[in-house]
Ligand binder design. Structure first.
Ligand SMILES: [Zn+2]
Length: 228
C-alpha cells in the first residue's frame, strides 16, 4: 500500500548503540545480556502481521494460518529482546485483529491501530513478522523488506537477511517494499517474511516451535548486528 511520506531518521541515537554494544560485550563474556547503567536501550516494536478475520496466507499442506505463525514468531522474538533488557512492545498479543469492527474498512483500521502503537511507544526499531506465498511452489526461504527511502531500514534489513540466510542455508537478497508498516514511521522499519507457506518444506519448518525459536534468534542476532 502507498500511504505516507515521512522523513526518516538515518540512525538511532549513539547512546542506544553504546548500550547495545555493552550488551554484546556482556553476552560474549558469558555474563548474559543486561541493561547498562545510565543508558536506555532502543525501544523495539514487534508487529505480528494479520489476525482475526484476516488470516493472511495459508499453508499449502496443512492450511496453517499465517497469522498464527506470525504471532508465535513475534512472541519468541519478544522474549529475546525483553531478556536482553530492551523495551519491547507488541502490536498484538492475541489471535484477534486490531480493527475493532469487521465492517468495511477493517484492514485500514487494523493498520492504523498498528501505527498508533508504533507512535505511542516511541519506537526506535519496528519489525513486522509475516509469511510469504508464491504460485511457484519451489520458491522458499526468508526475505526481508526495507523502505527504499530509508538507509537505516536498508541496513537493518541487510543484517537480518544475513542471519536468516545463515539459518536457512539460503542466499536470498533483501528486497525493497512499498508497504504501510515500512512507511508509517520515521524509525527504521523492516518486514520479515520468514518463509513461504506455499512451499512444503518451509511450511513444515515454520510449523515447528523449535524452528520458529531459531527464526526469532536469527532476527534478534540480526538486529544486534545492526546496532553494533
Ligand atoms: Zn502477511
Amino acid at each position: 500500500m502507498k500511504i505516507l511520506t515521512v522523513t526518516k531518521r538515518t540512525a538511532i541515537t549513539a547512546a542506544c548503540v553504546a548500550a547495545a554494544a555493552a550488551i554484546i560485550v556482556a553476552a560474549c563474556a558469558g555474563g548474559g545480556a543486561r541493561q547498562t547503567d545510565g543508558l536506555s536501550l532502543p525501544t523495539v516494536v514487534i508487529d505480528a502481521g494479520h489476525g482475526g478475520i484476516d488470516a493472511g496466507v495459508y499453508g499449502v499442506n496443512t492450511g496453517v494460518k499465517e497469522s498464527d505463525i506470525n504471532l508465535a514468531v513475534a512472541a519468541e522474538l519478544r522474549g529475546r529482546f525483553a531478556g536482553a533488557g530492551f523495551d519491547c512492545v507488541m502490536t498484538r498479543t492475541t489471535h484477534g485483529g486490531l480493527y475493532g469492527s469487521t465492517a468495511k474498512g477493517f484492514k485500514m483500521r487494523d493498520m492504523q491501530a498498528r501505527k498508533k502503537t508504533v507512535e505511542e511507544s516511541g519506537a526506535d526499531i519496528v519489525i513486522s513478522i509475516h509469511q510469504n506465498t508464491c504460485p511457484l511452489p519451489s520458491r522458499r526461504g526468508p526475505h526481508v523488506f526495507s523502505d527504499r527511502d530509508s538507509e537505516a531500514s536498508g541496513s537493518l534489513a541487510q543484517c537480518v537477511q544475513q542471519k536468516l540466510n545463515e539459518l536457512y542455508g539460503s542466499d536470498n537478497e533483501k528486497l525493497f517494499g512499498d508497504y504501510y508498516m515500512l512507511r508509517c514511521t520515521a524509525a527504521p522499519s523492516i518486514i520479515v517474511e520468514c518463509g513461504f507457506l506455499s512451499n512444503s518444506e518451509d511450511e513444515e519448518l515454520l510449523s515447528d516451535p523449535s524452528f520458529r525459536s531459531d527464526v526469532a534468534e536469527a532476527i534478534f542476532k540480526g538486529v544486534i548486528y545492526y546496532l553494533s
